[in-house]
Structures are given as structure tokens and as C-alpha cells.
Design a protein around this ligand. Sequence first.
Ligand SMILES: Nc1nc2c(ncn2[C@@H]2O[C@H](COP(=O)(O)OP(=O)(O)OP(=O)(O)O)[C@@H](O)[C@H]2O)c(=O)[nH]1
Ligand SMILES: [Mg+2]
Length: 460
Amino acid sequence: MVTDDTIAALSSPPPAVGRVCASILRLSGPQTFSVLEKLLGSSIPRRRGLFHAELSVEGIPVPAVIYTFAAPHSYTGQDMAELHVSAAAAAVERIFSQILERTRQARPGEFTLRAYLNGKLDLTQAEAVAQIVSGSNTAQVLAAEKLLAGRLAQTIGQIQAALLDWLSRLEAGLDFAEEDIEILPAAQAAQILQSLRSQIEQLLTGALRYERMIDLPSVGIAGAVNAGKSMLTNALLGRPRSIVSDARAVTRDVLAEILPLGDLDCVLFDCAGLSTQPPLDALDALAQQAARSALQKADLILFCIDITKPDRTEDRGIFTLLGSGPLLALATQSDRLAPAEIPARLAQLNAEFGREFLPVSALRGDGLDALKEQIRKTLLQQRTAAPETDAALMLNQRHRRILSETSAALAEAAKQVEQGREEIAAMLVRSAWEQLGGFERENLSEAVLEQIFSRFCIGK
Ligand SMILES: Nc1nc2c(ncn2[C@@H]2O[C@H](COP(=O)(O)OP(=O)(O)OP(=O)(O)O)[C@@H](O)[C@H]2O)c(=O)[nH]1
Ligand SMILES: [Mg+2]
């Protein structure tokens, strides 16, 4: 792993062709200042600073704001600079390629990797940066920020300290064994281990699963044929994604699209209208099966009934079929009733299904903002339903593996010490302590590091 050359990256999204916008070019490494001096044709003091400069791109002046940081007082701990340039894509590319003549293009996460290797961040903090960079949901970012504040590192540190204390007390007992001084009675020793173990288990169960957080929640639109599911899908997405027709059973496939809901995105999907009747043909059977299995996995179902429909026998069957998972009930095509008729119809539906129906019109857009807000609220509640205390601690696979292994080792150690095998218990606790050290830099192989930092995007 080379860390003493000078790297550079375009740290902002590249401007669209033909557009002028602010771009950030970032450099880190011992040649940072000399590369800048070459670029500007003037000397620059080696210290933290901010100045305005004019770069020349094929004779055209391009204004830039330049931030400089001198080692070790920078994000990476090395000499660093950031050039903020307002220019068209072609000019930014030209400047970047001039910089690349004397530097190497940074790999994903390489700036943060250097920060970590120079002791500027601990590993859990660096991972939090990775999660913030790759996270699109606010809930995800908030959890990552908590991690960044070092909460996880702190909790683990406390458990490690307690293990060390336990070891020293137990080993004192072993050293003075002949004198029959029992420093830490076996029952107490086992009890301490059990309580540390339950702290670890709490971390494991209370924390949100990172793997789950990066999966977007899915929202399925369900209802009878012709309820207006596809038109609603299109209206929510704001574009014609799904075919709408008054012919029956038009939608066959499961069509999924990302629906942005402000601070939370979800996957919205439209599928075939459900039926409680036996399938008409092979295609119908496949469409029904695809719809049912997609809806079963959905985090939330939008159950649609055409508000004008007089006979709702079929809808009751479908409602039963959908089961008891999270569901919002919608009375669709509300524009087809006179406004004065709507309240009575809603009351009927509410009584019949024991649900509060929200009237919507995909045609006119009525009720869609309220619907989006309800979807967002419901999904957010699902995400934060984990226990309050450690809900915001986000653990990834590596954290989980270390914690589970430590927990198992402590359980075994407690058993051993109860049976009078203190030496074995001490050995297990020592290795558990080392395991927990895996949260920090000591025990990490380069391969693990590379894997962690490769999740970053270039320029971070
Ligand atoms: N007036 C009015 N008509 C609607 C509305 N939504 C759907 N429709 C009409 O209802 C018919 C069926 O709409 P679709 O969205 O295709 O219904 P679907 O539930 O997807 O039907 P399948 O895919 O066949 O199960 C079409 O003729 C639409 O124009 C609405 O909000 N207002
Ligand atoms: Mg459809």
C-alpha cells in the first residue's frame, strides 16, 4: 500500500457537459504544494490558507478558490489542497489532467484511508464516512453520524477495559494460588463475564442492520383488476411507467421504480390485479403468482379499491389474501364521484374493512401528497422501531462477526471459570479482548482495510 505519493481526485460530481458549476479538485501528499505552484506559476506558503487565484486553461482565465492545509493538520494528515473551480466540464477536465501530470489519480476511499493510517480517524469513524458517502437515506446518515462520533468505539473500549480488569484480578488469584488467596471468586468471575456478554448481545440486537439500511424499503400497489393501480403508480412517479387501460388485467409483470420521498427513498412497484378466482390461463397464473410473491415481501402495501365500485365482494377476498402486514387503504378514482358523495362512500369502506380509507385521484392528483407523506411516515416508523438506546448504532457485517465471536468466547469462559478451569478461561478472555481490538487498527490485515475503503467513491 503506497501512501507517500501525491494523489488527486475530482471530489464533486463531474459537471454536465455544457453546464458551468462548482467543482472540487482535491490533492493529498508531499508534492501537493509544488504541484499547485507549477499550476499557478507562483509560490505558495506552506501553511493553512485560503486564497483566490486565476488558472489559465488554453489562455482563458478560470477563477478558483484554493484551500491549503499543511501536514499534519489536515484531513489526511498530509499536505493537502482543495481547488474550487467554477467552470464548464471541459475546463475542469483540462485542469484535472494538468494536475494528473504530476500526481496519481486517487482510488476510491484513498483520502480516508490515508486519514486512518495517519491516525486521524479510527476505523469505526472511517467506516462511518463510507456509510455517509454511500448512504442516500437521512435515517442512514444519522445513524452513521452517531457512529462517527465514536459511540461504538467507546462502548467497545469500555468492554475491553472491563475484560482487562477481569484478567488482572483473575491472574492475581492464579499467581498467589499457593497462598490460597482468592482475589476473584469463581462465581463472581463468571457473573462479570456473563454481564459483559449481555452488553455485547445488546449491541448486536439493538443496532440497526447496516445491510438492511442500504436496502430501500419496498411499497407494493395491490387491488383488484382495473382498480387504477397502474395509473396511481404513474401519478406517484410523475411519469408514465406502467400501461394504463380500461381493458381488464393489463398489468402482468411486476414493475419497480424508485420513488423519492424527500429524506427517504423507496422502491414502488405495480403488479397484476389480484383475484380470488382460479387463474384463467397459464399467463394469468404466472402474473398472479408474481404479484403475490412481490407483495408478500413488501414493507408496505397500498391497497386500492375503486371508490365507485358497488360490489366489493372480490375486494374483501383480496384484502384477506393480503394478510396482516403494514397496509394503507386507498379509495381510488375519487374524481368520478361528486365531492358531496365521497364522505358517505368512505364511511362505508371504513366500516366494511375496519380501515381508514384515503381518497385519491390519480387522474387529477388529489390526495397524492397526503399519500406520499403517509408512506414516508410509515416507512420511517418501521425503520426506527428498533430499541431507542442503541438503535442508532449501525453495525456492519464485520462488526457483527467480531461481536458474535466475542460473545461466544465469553460464554465459554464463564463456563470454564465456574468449573474451576481459570487458566482456560483467562486464555479465552485474552483472545476475546484481542478480537474486540479488531474494531481498531491493531489486528487488521491490509486486505480487510482495502475492502473497507473500496466502498468509498473516488475523491473521498
Ligand atoms: N377517472 C379516473 N379514471 C381512472 C383513474 N385511475 C384509473 N382510471 C381508469 O381506470 C382504468 C384502469 O386503470 P389502470 O390503472 O390500468 O388499472 P389497473 O388497476 O392497473 O388494472 P390492471 O393492471 O388491469 O389490474 C383505466 O381506464 C384508467 O383510465 C382515476 O384516478 N380517475
Ligand atoms: Mg395495471
